[in-house]
Design a protein around this ligand. Sequence first.
Ligand code: MG
Length: 453
Amino acid sequence: MVEGRKKLFGTNGVRGVVNESMSPELALRLGLAIGTAMHGEIAIATDTRTSNTMLKEAVVSGLLSTGCNVIDTGIIPTPALQYFVRERRLNGGVVITASHNPPEFNGVKAIASDGTEASSQEEGMIEDIFYSENFKRARWNEIGQLHFNEQAASDYIDAIASKVDVASIKKRKLRVVLDCSNGASCFTSPYLLEKLGVEFITLNAQPQGSFPGHESEPTPEHLQSLIKSVSALDADLGAAHDGDADRTVFVDEKGNYIPGELSLALIAMEEVRKSGGTAVVPVSTPSVVERAIASAGGKTIYTRVGSPVVARKMMEVHAVIGGEENGGIINPRMQYCRDGGMTLATMLEIIAKNGSLSSLIAKLPESHTVKTKVQLAEGEGHMLMERFRQSVQGMKRDETDGIKLFLDRGWVLVRPSGTEPLIRIFAEGDTEEQARKYAEEYVRIINELREKR
Ligand code: MG
C-alpha cells in the first residue's frame, strides 16, 4: 500500500453513508478494482438495506466491465455468500452490507476464493488498483455475463444442519425466540430452526432495510423485545443476529442478555472438550475465554484484532474454534468465517446436550472488563504509542496488537484504532472495581503523555 494515502478499507470492508461517502460512483470503481484483482467468476449478495440494489448494480457493472462473470445470489447473510464462494470454487465474492451500522450506511466487502474475508494484503491490492485506476477493461466480446442463483440460502441451511447433531436437538423439543433484526437472516435462520426441529417464534423477521424493529447492532438496549419475549413465552433460548448475520447474541431462558465473551467462552469450551485442540481469539478478548478453554484442556492463541486475522491463524494452526467477543464465532466444522447461522445451531446443540443456558453460563469463571477510549487529534496516534512504548519498558507485555500490559490483578490493552483518531483502552480486573481503576489509570497515563512536549 502507498504510504500516507487515505485507507479505503476499514476493519470490515469499505463503508460510508449512502450517497455521501458511499456513492454508486465509488461502488462502480470498487467493482472495477475488485474485478481486476480477482478475475474469473464472482458471486455477489446483499443484506436488506434500502440502498442495496443501487450499490449492487454499480459493483456488478464494474465487475462485468473487467470481464468477470457474476452470480447474483440475492439477499443472503454474509456467511451464506462465503459458503457459496468456497463450495462453488469461485474466484471471489462481494457483499453489499454495512453489517450492524445504522440504516443510512452501506458498504462493500470483498470475499477471497476460499470463502474467508479478504486479507489486508488482498484489500491493499484492490486499493492499489482503485487509486491507480489501472482497471482491466474487457473487449466488447469478452464482457462478463450476469447469472442469478437462488440456491445459496438453502445450500447454506442444509450445510449447517449437516454439521450439528440434529437428532439431539430435535429430541429436546426446544423453544426459541429468534430476532432477525429485519436483516439478511430473515431468509435463512427461521428455515434453519425449522430444519433443526425446534419450536420457534420470530421477531422482526420481515426483511426491511429501514430497520423498523430496532437498530441492527445486537446490544441489550436494542433487544428489549427479545429479552421480554423469552421469559413471557417460556422459551429455552433467545437469539438475535446483526444485519448481515455473521454474528449471533443470546438471551438465556430467564431473559438475561448473555455478553458475547461468555457465549464465546461457552461455545469454545464445548468445542475444545469434544475434539481437543486449540482456539484462536484476538488479544482484546477477556480472559474468561482462555480460562474456559483451559478448563476443557485446550490452548488459546492470541492474534491481532480483526476476524480475517483470526480466521487465517485458525487455518494455520488447525484450531477447532475461534472468534470475537461480539457474537462473531468462527466454527471450522462449517467454515473459516464468522457465521451467525452456525453459531445459533452450535448453541442449540450445546443446550440440547448439556442443559439450560443460564446453568452453563453460571459455571463459567467471572469476567470483569471495562472498555474506554481517548480521543486524539488527527495523526497523533503514532507518536503517542511510541511514547507509551518507551514508558512501559521493563513491564511484562505483549505487542501483538497495540500494547497489552500484564498487571498484578488483570491486564490493560492500549491500542490505536485502525479507522479513527483514537486510542482504545481495554482493562480487565479480578473485580469490577479493579477493572475500572485500571481503565481510569491508563486513560490518565495516556493523557499525561499527550501533554508532554
Ligand atoms: Mg455483521
